[in-house]
Design a protein around this ligand. Structure first.
Ligand SMILES: [Zn+2]
Length: 334
């Protein structure tokens, strides 16, 4: 895809990007080789395992399957820090100036790290990005739905103890819920969101990606989310759209990912247009640059034809004002 120069030069805001689905394949390959963990013989073959292939598109479960191999190399502090830095550096080179990365620490403790170390390792990597590229950085902690509400509460407590305002530089800025959506209603996770809210974190949740608008309602009403990840099914509920517009609930849109997971059917108009028509704030996000074979410039460029460069710029500015990163609350300057 040809990227217009105006998009390349535009300062961009990334509010929804996962660490493990965004590690540059060459970095994963290099670390795998260092540890003798490479399951195939070449980087080209490895890419097929890390990036969603066209014939695999259309289901959230095959999409989530791509997170298998990154787990192998992200169980040690140094490696996690190294990949976080690589993901942040790649974003900075795409013109991202405000960068919220998200990550589920609990699936990075299989080799014995504590949850706290698993969180700190990402913060260390992001601090390097902040220092080198001048990017505003923050980490969102994810609770995985299938681990249940109790583990989510433990994670919320771990997240607030690493909150940005307790750190000099990068800290935890938000709390999120992710993983297979069906059968795991957001409302069950209310106690963990209450902990995160009291701890001053920004609240978001993946909702309406593989389930109906009632899950988006729950994320807003019961969890107190002020941003929603994907939220695609919300377009089917007029009352919900009115509510989101009224309360300025931002939707973190990840167009390429949405078509790949089947959240939006191929050929269907992306919900971002409906959100914009209803006055709902949106952000243009990548979700997973590696799994989705995309980049920040590419996601923004997708809409240039229909929306124009000025509108894309306005969207990023608006997204900036919905960022959970709040440096005015940092008490100790680094
Ligand atoms: Zn996501």
């Amino acid at each position: 895809m040809k990227i217009p120069v105006s998009i390349e030069r535009m300062p961009k805001v990334e509010l929804h990007q996962h660490l493990d689905g965004s590690i540059p394949p060459a970095v994963t390959w290099k670390i795998m080789k260092e540890y003798g963990l490479n399951p195939v013989d070449s980087l080209a073959e490895m890419k097929k395992l890390l990036q969603l292939q066209p014939e695999e598109e259309g289901s959230l479960l095959s999409y989530l399957d791509k997170f298998h191999y990154p787990m192998w190399i992200t169980q040690f502090y140094e490696n996690i820090s190294r990949v976080a830095e690589a993901v942040g550096a790649a974003a900075a080179k795409q013109g991202v100036r405000t960068f919220e990365l998200r990550y589920a620490p609990i699936i990075h403790v299989y080799a014995g790290l504590t949850v706290r170390q698993a969180i700190r390792s990402v913060l260390a990597g992001l601090n390097k990005v902040r220092a080198k590229y001048g990017v505003r950085t923050g980490l969102i902690i994810i609770a995985m739905r299938h681990h249940g509400p109790h583990v989510a509460k433990i994670l919320a407590k771990a997240a607030i103890s690493e909150a940005q305002y307790l750190h000099g530089r990068t800290g935890v800025v938000g709390f999120d819920l992710a993983g297979a959506e069906r059968g795991n209603p957001p409302g069950l996770f209310q106690p963990s969101y209450e902990i995160a809210r009291r701890g001053g974190l920004g609240l978001t949740a993946h909702a309406g990606e593989d389930e109906g608008p009632h899950y988006v309602w729950q994320a807003i009403d019961e969890l107190g989310c002020i941003r929603i990840g994907h939220g695609c099914s919300a377009v089917r509920d007029k009352a919900l759209l009115r509510r989101m517009a009224k309360d300025k609930i931002l939707v973190e849109c990840a167009p390429t990912s949405n078509y790949q997971t089947g959240a939006v059917a191929k050929g269907e108009r992306h919900p971002i247009f409906t959100f914009l028509e209803h006055g709902i704030p949106v952000a243009i996000c990548t979700d997973n640059t590696t799994v989705s074979r995309t980049s920040h410039n590419q996601e923004s460029a997708l809409f240039v034809k229909e929306l124009g460069v000025r509108e894309i710029r306005r969207i990023h500015r608006c997204a900036e004002s919905h960022s959970f990163i709040d440096e005015t609350r940092v008490t100790r300057k680094a």
